[in-house]
Design a binder for this molecule. Structure first.
Ligand SMILES: *Cc1c(COP(=O)(O)O)cnc(C)c1O
Length: 873
């Protein structure tokens, strides 16, 4: 068996240098500049060759150099300090340890994790968000365990052919040189989990651990003995292969992932998770495995489901149907049926969980997002707008409820500032407020700390911006040369690349994956107009573009080619470039180096978007469609909003209108403001916008803020529910729900009437008048304590529909009458002028529900009789 290389390295590290091994294998180095500096100083040339990856550096550094360093007292002092700092970071109490009543641990499942380019296990925003979530959890001391897959090829590397057509490469990742360690049993053997597959086959996987600061990340890898070749390929690459391949990956992630968490906690003594967080539907099978665990302990399916739901949080990330996994029911039945992976769990019940029960749903498909929502008592979207869009999108699962009442909340994404803020920006901040407060501001937020930016002098801001732009220009030239060599150009033809871009020209960046809704080529809509902007004699702009199309997306590749061909034109090629192989490494130079970050998705399909947040943290201004996070936090002065033509159904016309809006903004507002360089050559109004961006957006866009929101709004309540809905309580809750569902067809609102009036009421009632309302309801076999009878009141529109109803609970006042009707009463004060109305509804009520809409049951009076409306003057 081959020893893992870091192991080998450790054995050859001289004793005094031992701590380097720990510093290299804890990925905190990826967001800790001082640790990186330490490695760089070890061997600057080797550091460059290792592309800034400490594990690779240590594998390559010469023995003489190590021997010299082992006797270098200054280096050893720095090493000791760095090792102590890491030990302190990973053990000292942090924010989480100051709180009470929080989960003992949270397991966070995601199909991809973008932590550093040295561990390429991500394709784009979803993975990088997951990486930032782990890092921020680490900073805050949140006891998170990450769970994912280790893909042998990661995601593809992109290059271009001569014609600008995307080429994909899948380098094999040598696990021996990745910053991963095998999880081992006490006897030293590698820890494994297995899954049963149809036909008596098994799928085994080993478990690797990655240390992300304080947070362990478990990655499952099926490329092991004794798997057959097909099973070894289950973790071959991210988002590749057909439907069955995807299903196997997701079974391994969800079902295998829970088993890996159990193994990890058993071996290391880590507390068991009380909350399971599913980052997007791909990991949803984790809920089924937990149902199986509880079934084995003797709970029936319904009780196990209640118990699992109580401790599960589901985050949906996309309103784009293509982003949601759907499998045929046959395929799911084959894998999860009688002789399948989940013995004792009825496959019929599993299929029901993924059934698209809304109008237009496909009865033959199993929908992972739908299952995710049914397996989680708490669910959220990733920006305020996306929350609303998701409530609308999934409203069919809660029939009878208005979209506003659908129980899907939102937590707006954030980005991990220590990863994404350029060291130059941090240093400027440190000069202003001191190093530890600047670091604090990045991790914890706090508006006051960010306010300090307003004290940074104009000249310093501008010098910083130019410095960052210049670094980007240098990076672009190198990448462009490398790309052209790859495309078959000869060095002699490439002299022009030395003069590509100009460090004093307004620089616009656009980089993202290339699904059609992101509209990579919107800027090409009017090529002459774009060329005129690029070549403007006094106020030119330059544009850096990057992005990968999914390998199976021919349309996306055509868009890349169209863009590349435009950038190849000798007339404009010094002002617009396409850089192949967008990844985290490129991103770290690109975001800070741009003056303007462009985003022009088809609203509202961008759930959040995070690249613009990273740009903002570096003083880059956003120019974006009001979608995702920008809809929420654009304030008129922190950037620009590209006007959207949402109402225009013809997509082509809509593109034309929005592109024209984009050109207008660039030409009339963005460029003039950038070049309005008055006193001392400084564009004061621009600099003011940079400062305003930092002070207002800085504290909001942080992953630290996001993780604290998750803890407070979702993890803590889920942990409380998890503790309450166990064993007999779960059985009781399931039994209660069954009874309510059974009886519900007999629940009805019979009558809503006014029984007394204080003040004057009539067709034109008086402000301040109070009515006492009485509602009579039929409850079938239910008890008044099983329901909440609500009065809904508020302004009405011209069709007498409530527009923003306020709900208030009414009290039961009398036992059932001879016909079995129950009476509820309560006061209604008329405190608003204008057209108003009121009506009533009945909802199931139980202390263990997280939301009154949870069961998807509601009873309201018949449409025609329900509403009482009047005008209040
Ligand atoms: C942040 C990031 C993304 C996601 O950006 P969006 O704005 O959400 O598209 C994608 N790729 C890389 C490399 C990133 O750093």
């Amino acid at each position: 068996m081959k020893a893992i290389r870091r192991f080998t390295v450790r054995t050859v590290l001289p004793e005094p240098l031992r701590p380097l091994g720990e510093l290299a294998s804890n990925l905190r180095w990826s967001w800790h500049e001082e640790t990186r500096e330490l490695f760089r100083s070890l061997d600057p040339a080797g550091w460059r060759a290792a592309e800034g990856d400490p594990a690779r550096l240590l594998a390559a550094v010469s023995e003489q150099r190590l021997a010299a360093l082992a006797g270098d007292r200054r280096f050893l002092r720095r090493l000791t300090a760095a090792a102590e700092d890491l030990a302190d970071y990973t053990t000292a109490p942090r924010w989480y340890q100051e709180q009470t009543d929080l989960p003992a641990a949270v397991a966070y499942f995601s199909p991809e994790f973008g932590i550093t380019w040295a561990l390429p296990q991500y394709s784009g925003g979803l993975g990088i968000l997951a990486g930032d979530h782990l890092k921020a959890a680490s900073d805050l001391g949140v006891p998170l365990i990450g769970v994912g897959l280790l893909y042998r090829h990661g995601y593809f590397r992109q290059s271009l052919d001569r014609d600008g057509w995307q080429q994909e490469h899948y380098p094999v990742l040598d696990r021996d040189s990745l910053p991963v360690r095998p999880l081992r049993e006490a006897d030293g053997s590698a820890a494994r989990i297995t899954l049963a597959l149809p036909g008596g086959r098994t799928l085994a996987a080993r478990i690797w651990t990655v240390q992300v600061g304080r947070v362990p990340l478990l990655l499952l890898d099926s490329d092991v003995e004794p798997n057959q070749p097909a099973e070894r390929d289950v973790t071959d690459r991210l988002y590749g292969g057909g439907s069955e391949h995807r299903l196997l990956q997701e079974m391994l992630l969800g079902i295998g992932g829970v088993r890996a968490v159990r193994a990890y906690c058993r071996i290391t003594g880590h507390p068991e998770p009380e909350v399971f967080h599913t980052n997007e539907g791909h990991a949803g099978f984790l809920g089924l495995e937990r149902i199986r665990e509880l079934s084995r302990e003797g709970l029936d399916f319904d009780a196990a489901l209640e118990s699992v739901r109580a401790g599960t949080v589901f985050t949906t990330h996309t309103p784009v149907p293509a982003g949601i996994d759907r499998f045929t029911r046959d395929l799911v039945t084959r894998h999860l049926g009688d002789d399948g992976e989940l013995p004792g769990v009825d496959v019929g019940r599993i299929l029901e969980l993924g059934r698209e029960t809304y109008p237009g749903g496909d009865p033959d498909l199993f929908n992972m997002a739908v299952m995710g929502l049914r397996l989680a008592q708490r669910a959220n979207g990733v920006s305020t707008l996306h929350g609303a869009v998701s409530r609308e999108m999934f409203a069919g699962l809660w029939p009878g409820f208005d979209p506003e009442d659908v129980p899907i909340t939102s937590v707006t994404n954030g980005v991990h500032a220590p990863t994404w803020v350029a060291p130059e920006v941090l240093r400027l901040g440190s000069r202003q407020v001191g190093a530890s407060r600047a670091e604090d501001a990045l991790m914890a937020g706090g508006t006051e700390r960010w306010e300090a930016v307003s004290g940074v002098p104009d000249a310093a801001v501008w010098e910083l911006r130019r410095n960052l732009r210049e670094q980007l220009v240098e990076d672009v030239r190198q990448r462009l040369r490398a790309s052209w060599r790859q495309r078959g150009a000869d060095d002699a033809e490439l002299g022009w690349t030395d003069h590509v871009l100009d460090p004093d020209v307004l620089t616009v960046g656009f980089a993202r994956r290339v699904p059609s809704y992101k509209r990579l080529t919107l800027m090409l809509r009017d090529k002459e107009r774009l060329a005129a902007l690029l070549l403007h004699p006094e106020r030119p702009i330059q544009i850096v573009v990057a992005g990968k199309a999914h390998p199976a997306d021919e349309g996306g590749k055509r868009l890349v080619q169209e863009l590349v061909r435009f950038t190849d034109d000798p007339r404009v090629r010094h002002r617009i470039v396409f850089l192949p192989d967008y990844d985290m490494r490129m991103a770290r130079t690109l975001y800070p180096g741009c003056d303007v970050w462009l985003n022009n998705p088809l609203r509202p399909l961008e759930a959040c978007g995070t690249s613009g947040m990273k740009a903002a943290l570096n003083g880059c201004l956003n120019l974006s469609v009001r979608d995702g996070w920008w809809d929420e936090w654009y304030d008129g002065e922190n950037g620009w909003a590209i006007p959207t033509a949402d109402g225009v159904a013809d997509e082509d016309r809509r593109d034309a209108l929005e592109a024209a809006g984009l050109y207008d903004l660039l030409e009339r507002q963005v460029a003039p403001r950038f070049y309005d360089q008055g006193r001392g050559g400084l564009p004061q109004r621009w600099i003011e916008m940079v400062r305003h961006t930092l002070t207002t957006l800085g504290p909001k866009v942080l992953a630290g803020r996001m993780v604290r929101d998750y803890v407070g709004q979702l993890y803590a309540p889920a942990a409380r529910s998890h503790r309450a809905v166990r064993g007999e309580a779960a059985v009781e809750l399931a039994r209660w729900k069954r009874r309510v569902r059974q009886e519900w067809p007999r629940v009805a609102v019979d009558q809503v009437e006014t029984v007394s009036v204080e003040g004057s009421v009539g067709d034109a009632a008086e402000l301040g008048a109070t009515l006492t309302l009485r509602v009579q309801v039929e409850l079938g076999g239910l008890d008044p304590s099983d329901v909440d009878v609500q009065l809904l009141s508020g302004p009405v529109d011209t069709a007498d529909r409530l527009t923003a109803p306020v709900a208030q609970s009414l009290k039961p006042v009398a036992r059932a009458d001879v016909e079995g009707r129950h009476t509820f009463e309560g006061p209604l004060t008329l405190d608003r002028t204008g057209a108003f109305g009121y009506t009533a509804r009945v909802l199931p009520a139980h202390p263990l529900l997280a939301d009154p809409a949870e069961l998807g049951l509601v009873a309201a009076p018949p449409e025609a009789e329900g509403m009482t409306a009047g005008v209040l003057r």
